[in-house]
Design a protein around this ligand. Structure first.
Ligand SMILES: Cc1ncc(COP(=O)(O)O)c(C=O)c1O
Length: 477
């Protein structure tokens, strides 16, 4: 019996020719989109509600031509959004979206192998394990370390927290307390709640004038908790906060954690990959002493959204927190050499994330990424220097990595009014749509921030950014 006959083929199957046609149509649209990213507005959310309403539709009984669907996506849907892949996106933490990774996803999805269990796709699992091993090498972890690729930093922080809980607390863990600064990303708080802790078990430690965790308060708080019968078990350090890119004293944290027998977790979702640069390595000194580290390739390696990672120094800890088997699963490998990702992560079936990291790095080599990260550090410093020259601008947080926070000030103006002034300042800068900036609140002050992280952001766009800031500042003076 022939294994493939046209009589057996499903209408859902694509012939080789049909697949080529479909991918060509999509690739043409994507290429046009990417080629014009720089001239597209930095955001375009006018008519967003009308658009969302216009897209509501019943379950379609019949299909539609793909040309029509691509036109809908590229002409109507995609333009109404923040231009997160564009060079002017200096908001939040920029992603990137290396197109090579999109090609990798196409290969991964079309071949659709199962990477959660080593036996099902050993070569694919090895490629993903290579990627994790590269990350471990970057942060200075020993070969015994291990890690997983996640959908993002939030899920990676969650698995880190569950691992720390499993290692340092008994089954009944509700006396456990954990510590993070008031600048830590909210995914830490969320992870703690999801892991079953009451929100108040997360001790928020104040930060200093440079937005780094106050180690003296941390020690005091741990001591108080011990006296009152609590079980301190985890301290979280930030390797680049979302607000300002502040890097906690990771050596100091490691020392305290050693004395207090706490698990140290470093959230390097935004800043961790700067360790690839000499300057970043100095700023992030001590990261290698952490028990676990989160790095987000969809930030610092410019990949598309959907790629985070968690690295754990003691591979056994990751396994103890996640391993379970079932009668219907294949035999798992016990050796360190071969990894069953389902045994060290919360997921079983999932996409082959490793390829979207592996392909761009193998195609370019890591030096290109390193150089790009160096450029981001120097662009942020340049922006801070230029901002200082503008009358009325106060630098609230100088770049420790690639974020600068600033605001307009007027002598004698009350804080409340300054906040309103800076909201208008932000609106005016963004109104030109060449860049898109966002704001945050730091110690009660509404501040604007520039976060340079996209591989598409270079000096020319930063000049535009500074021009727009100068114009807006002059209009409001
Ligand atoms: C410092 C930090 N940690 C964690 C996260 C959460 O990462 P994700 O959005 O990938 O879940 C972010 C996101 O910006 C972040 O900046």
């Amino acid at each position: 019996m022939s294994s493939t006959t046209s009589a057996e083929s499903s209408p859902l199957e694509l012939s080789g020719d049909e697949l080529r046609r479909l991918t060509k149509l999509a690739a043409d649209r994507i290429a046009d989109h990417l080629d014009t990213l720089g001239s597209q507005p930095s955001f375009g959310t006018e008519g967003s509600e009308a658009l969302a309403r216009s897209l509501r539709e019943p379950l379609p009984e019949r299909g539609a031509p793909v040309e029509e669907l691509l036109a809908l996506l590229f002409e109507k849907v995609i333009p109404v959004s923040f231009n997160t892949a564009g060079p002017g996106y200096l908001a939040y933490i920029p992603g990137g979206g290396l197109p090579h990774a999109a090609v990798a996803d196409l290969i991964a999805d079309a071949t659709n192998r199962f990477v959660g269990v080593w036996a099902a796709a050993p070569g694919l699992a090895q490629i993903e394990a290579n990627v994790v091993a590269w990350f471990c090498e970057m942060v200075g972890y020993p070969p015994s370390a291990r890690g997983i690729l996640t959908s993002g930093g939030s899920l990676a922080n969650f698995s880190a927290l569950v691992t720390a809980r499993r290692e340092r607390l008994p089954e009944n863990f509700l006396a456990g307390t954990l510590y993070a600064s008031d600048q830590a990303h909210h995914s830490i708080q969320k992870a703690a709640i999801l892991a079953g802790f009451p929100p108040e078990n997360v001790r928020e430690i104040p930060s200093d004038a440079t937005f780094r965790i106050r180690l003296d308060v941390l020690e005091q708080r741990i001591a108080e908790d011990r006296v009152s019968g609590r079980s301190p078990f985890l301290v979280v350090g930030s390797a680049g906060t979302t607000n300002t890119g502040a890097v906690d004293d990771l050596v100091g944290l490691a020392e305290i954690a050693k004395r207090e027998r706490l698990w140290v977790h470093v959230d390097g979702a935004y800043g961790g990959f700067f360790v690839l640069t000499e300057e970043g390595k100095r700023t992030l000194a001590g990261i290698e002493r952490a028990d676990s580290i989160v790095l987000d390739p969809h930030k610092g390696l410019f990949l598309p959204y959907g790629t985070g990672s968690l690295l754990v120094r003691d591979a056994g800890a990751l396994k103890r927190a996640h391993a379970l088997t079932a009668a219907y699963l294949p035999t798992m490998r016990d050796e360190h050499e071969f990894v069953d990702f389902c045994q060290i992560s919360p997921e079983l079936s999932r996409d082959w994330r490793g390829l979207r990291v592996w392909l761009p790095i193998r195609m370019h080599g890591i030096e290109v990424f390193r150089e790009n990260l160096r450029e981001k550090l120097s662009l942020a410093r340049w922006a801070a220097d230029e901002l200082e020259k503008i009358a009325g601008i106060e630098i609230v947080s100088a770049p420790q990595l690639s974020i600068v926070a600033f605001r307009l000030v007027k002598p004698g103006m009350p804080e409340e009014e300054l906040n309103g002034l800076n909201r208008r300042f932000l609106e005016r800068i963004n109104a030109r749509k060449r860049v898109y900036l966002t704001a945050t609140t730091l110690q009660g002050r509404f501040v604007l921030r520039i976060c340079v992280l996209s591989f598409r952001t270079h000096a020319a766009r930063m000049e535009m950014c500074l021009d727009d800031i100068r114009v807006a500042a002059a209009e409001l003076s």
